[in-house]
Design a protein around this ligand. Structure first.
Ligand SMILES: Cc1cc2nc3c(=O)[nH]c(=O)nc-3n(C[C@H](O)[C@H](O)[C@H](O)COP(=O)(O)OP(=O)(O)OC[C@H]3O[C@@H](n4cnc5c(N)ncnc54)[C@H](O)[C@@H]3O)c2cc1C
Length: 436
């Protein structure tokens, strides 16, 4: 590729903080909570979009799935329930998201905790000295700036910060490095809820007058679209649609991301037409809104002190260096070549011996200090990732990483040498159980 030489220049230091969290998705929110509740007064959250929540809000996600031992997910859901003035909408395993309410709730919570939030800002590079991060470089309307931090938590989903810092990683599944497909979520309105169908998983089959809905989608929609996933929302007559599908996307490449947005947007009217023709209750549906960003399920898996694997999850392991406990979900691997579930995935038929923990080792990059990973970019196999990528679990991991950073700073330890017993005591004080 042709290149130009960028001149070196001095840039302003916009802030000096203790803990800098890059990305305000479930993991970043968890990290800010864990750090602030551990008593750290200078926590800063940098987010490239205009709201908190990541995929839950900017990605227009339908619902929180899976569970974690952290009480924070339930607390956030309870705040949403209060604002929605309801006791309904499920809890624990399945909680429907009201995107606008969640944005508000998270912003309010961060303010209460004294976390400084900066939106419209992308972390574009790192400041590193002798194998340790000292801060990050940001790009925004304010230009190129530096933020110095004693600890950086990479909760960007893709691990942008760790990648810039030179941390090692693999992409996607072993062998061909293919990643799970991407989806642009959208909502339709005008749905008659009294007759509407809500197939919530690939393994859910629903008979409609013209046949079985998953089979009809495979026959009718242009590949790689071809499955039917529809979810209730809080808004009368509106349904969240998880049916656009694009394969072969690299979520860390701007051109590939642009292709994902284009392909999914072209599928949207065809999906609306499909729903009108075949799905009872959807005869008069119309598009209402689409996500701010295409949903990327999988990109980098970092080389960390421990790599979480599928056996750890199925066996329900409790690690000695746990920083998140009580986690449970299925192996949600979407078909990497087309529509539906991958042959290695298991949703309805998933079986585990119990809940599992996530060890601190999964958050600590090999051979790099001053940085922790949180959320879907921690060290894990492709299959394990399909489970821990669930939003409640990412939030719990973030909380653990945030608390660990705060404890390390308070005791003057480098991150990788933090006293894990002290971190666990702090997490228990925050309500995280010491067992699965
Ligand atoms: C289509 C789709 C459907 C899904 N369905 C569900 C579901 O129903 N329920 C569920 O629980 N999970 C679901 N998931 C999984 C879940 O949404 C994600 O795995 C989870 O949100 C990951 O959390 P995270 O905090 O690690 O990353 P994200 O939620 O992706 O958050 C990362 C945040 O970092 C910001 N960011 C990224 N790069 C930078 C940067 N360089 N500088 C500054 N900010 C940056 C992003 O804007 C974002 O806000 C789904 C995922 C997809 C893609």
């Amino acid at each position: 590729m042709k290149s130009i030489h960028e001149q070196a220049r001095d840039i302003p230091v916009a802030a000096e903080v203790d803990i800098l969290v890059a990305g305000a998705g479930p993991a970043g929110i968890g990290a800010a909570i864990g750090a602030a509740k551990a008593g750290n007064k200078r926590v800063m959250l940098i987010e490239k979009c205009n709201s908190l929540g990541g995929m839950a809000t900017s990605g227009m996600m339908s619902h929180w799935v899976g569970v974690t031992g952290s009480p924070e997910v339930a607390a956030i859901q309870e705040r949403c329930r209060k604002l929605l003035n309801t006791q309904e909408a499920g809890s624990g395993w399945l909680f429907t998201i009201h995107h606008e309410v969640l944005k508000y709730v998270l912003a309010e919570y961060m303010e209460e905790l004294g976390v400084t939030v900066q939106y419209h800002t992308i972390v574009s590079d790192v400041i590193a000295e002798q194998g340790a991060l000292r801060g990050v470089i940001t790009e925004s309307k304010s230009g190129r700036e530096a933020i110095l931090a004693k600890a950086v938590i990479d909760a960007s989903g893709d691990g942008d910060v760790a990648a810039r810092a030179g941390a090692g990683f693999t992409v996607g599944r072993d062998g061909d490095h293919a990643c799970q497909p991407a989806t642009l979520m959208f909502r339709v309105g005008g749905v008659d809820y009294s007759r509407a169908i809500f197939p919530g998983s690939f393994e859910t089959q629903v008979q409609v007058p013209a046949g079985e809905i998953q089979a009809l989608a495979r026959q009718t929609l242009p590949a790689p679209a071809g499955h039917t996933l529809l979810y209730r929302t809080w808004i009368p007559g509106e349904v969240c649609v998880n049916m656009t599908n694009v394969t072969g996307i690299d979520g860390t490449d701007a051109r590939s991301l642009s292709r994902a947005e284009t392909v999914c947007r072209k599928q949207m009217p065809l999906i609306v037409d499909f729903l009108r023709r075949y799905a009872p209750g959807y005869e008069n549906c119309y598009p209402v809104a689409s996500a701010e960003v295409v949903g990327i399920r999988e990109t980098r898996h970092f080389h960390t002190n421990y790599t979480l694997n599928e056996d750890d999850i199925v066996e329900g392991r409790l690690f000695a260096d746990w920083i998140s406990t009580g986690n449970a979900f299925n192996f949600d691997i979407h078909n990497i070549e087309g529509a539906g579930l991958d042959k290695h995935g298991a949703q309805k038929h998933f079986k585990a011996k119990g809940r599992y923990s996530v060890p601190y080792g999964c958050c600590v990059p090999k051979a790099l200090d001053g940085l922790l990973l949180a959320g879907r970019c921690i060290g894990g196999t492709h299959k394990a990732h399909s489970n821990f990528r669930a939003m409640p679990i990412c939030l719990g991991i973030g909380q653990g990483a945030g608390a660990a950073a705060a404890v390390a700073i308070a005791s003057g330890n480098v991150l990788r040498e933090v006293d894990i017993t002290a971190v666990q005591s702090e997490l228990m004080r925050q309500g995280v159980p010491d067992h699965n």
